[in-house]
Design a protein. Sequence first.
Length: 107
Amino acid sequence: MYAFGTRGGLVAIGGEKELWRLETGASFASRPVFADGRVYLAASDGRLLAVDAGAGRLVGQTKPRMAATPGTFSATLPAPVVADGRVYASAPDGTVFAQDARNPAGW
C-alpha cells in the first residue's frame, strides 16, 4: 500500500510495517497510483512525480505548473491516470498533460 502522509512523505507499507519513506517536498498531493513498478502522484505545486515502487527512489518529476494567481492551489488533486504508456495528470494552473511512462527520467 502507498500513502501520502503529512509533511510531504510518500510511504510504502507492507504487512504491518513501513517499507520505505520518501520526502517529496510537496505539502499536498493526489492519491498515489501504482503502475508498472512505479508510484505516480501529482503534487500541489503542479509537479508529476514518479517513484520506483521497490526502492522508494524518485526516478522522475516534471517542472512545477502553478496557478496564475499566487497562493492559489487546488483543494483536491485528481490522481494521475496511467494508460497506453502515458501518465496523465492535472495541475493547479488548469492544464491537463501527459508524460511518457516508460521514461520518467526524461521528464
